[in-house]
Design a protein around this ligand. Structure first.
Ligand code: NCD
Length: 316
């Protein structure tokens, strides 16, 4: 149900595998139940006896800890390699697929994988009979971030249909905007503003996907030009580790939140960011953190509920 024919064994690899019906009828209600369980009991406990293996080959704070916390709240045990690039058998020359076979043989119930190579999750899934969850594959995708982002939009605004969403920053190298664009395009009358300097614009694969689906897309170079009409502004940092291209500071590149832009945003709009924000680049200055429209820590909280929901739907 969570899968297409492309993905056997319930792997979570890319956000195109979900459907709108599944999101609205299954996933959002499950995430709401998790919110309620945490609010009332602080614990959910339906996956006692299950275990997960977190294999992280790239830096992460919130995604890894959020999965660990989700697993713990469900009663699962987990094993975590937070710097698999340096501390796993990869250093000794082991291939990714061999590591995945090992985790299958050890009878884990799921593998949560973050890797620096685009396509790594697909590769891992090709040898895994337990679900592989893609927690970020290079410049590829980050489907569980997209699930928490769209749940946050749905929860805050009550609908996704008809929204104008402005994605801002390094859209060429960020994987969160890619996964979220696929998900949002499943809803009706969506308008995308992709706000980035030319060299950092959304890549062609997404643009042609959206064109084919007849989703309205505008390529824009300054956030100030579209802030007035944005229901959701999704800011991102420059992905320094994934590009050699020179990027100006956020203000020089016109992808920074300023007092003027904040002023021009609709009252009931929301501002999102997958975090971490980059203080040096300066896309979302500290001084605006407490504006009522800035929902970045609600996103983190929703990450707990949505990852609990996903684990429960996959493993219960
Ligand atoms: C994002 C990622 O890893 O892609 N972080 C996250 O998981 N929340 C965004 C980023 O690193 O810029």
């Amino acid at each position: 149900m969570m899968t297409t024919s492309k993905t056997q064994h319930n792997h979570i690899l890319e956000s195109q595998q979900f459907t709108r019906t599944w999101l609205e009828k299954v996933f959002f209600p499950q995430a709401n139940l998790m919110r309620k369980a945490i609010a009332t009991k602080g614990y959910e406990g339906s996956l006692v006896g299950k275990s997960g293996c977190l294999l992280f080959y790239e830096p992460s704070t919130r995604t890894r800890v959020s999965f660990e916390q989700a697993a713990a709240k469900l009663g699962m045990s987990f094993s975590s390699t937070e710097n698999a690039r340096d501390f796993s058998s990869a250093v000794k020359g082991e291939s990714l697929i061999d590591t995945i076979r090992v985790m299958n043989a050890l009878r884990f119930d799921t593998i949560i994988l973050r890797h620096f190579t685009e396509g790594a999750a697909q590769e891992a899934a090709s040898v895994s009979t337990i679900p592989v969850i893609n927690a970020g594959d290079g410049k590829g995708q980050h489907p569980t971030q997209a699930l928490l982002d769209i749940y946050t939009i749905y929860h805050k605004l009550g609908t996704v249909d008809g929204l104008t969403i402005s994605f801002v920053g390094d859209l060429a190298n960020g994987r969160t905007v890619r996964s979220l664009a696929f998900l949002l395009s499943m809803f009706k009358n969506i308008t995308f503003n992709f706000v980035a300097p030319e060299a950092f614009q959304m890549r062609d694969d997404i643009l042609s996907y959206l064109l084919e689906k007849k989703v309205s897309v505008r390529l824009v170079s300054r956030l100030a030009d579209v802030s007035k009409e944005s229901d959701v502004v999704y800011l991102t940092r420059i992905q320094k580790e994934r590009t050699d291209k020179r990027f100006l500071k956020a203000d020089e590149a016109h992808v920074k939140l300023t007092a003027q832009i904040l002023e021009s945003l609709p009252k009931n709009s929301i501002l999102l960011h997958p975090l971490p924000r980059d203080e040096a680049f300066g896309e979302l200055p500290e001084e605006y953190t407490n504006d009522s429209r800035v929902a970045i820590f609600e996103q983190v909280e929703n990450g707990l509920y949505t990852r609990m929901a996903l684990l429960k739907l996959l493993l219960a």
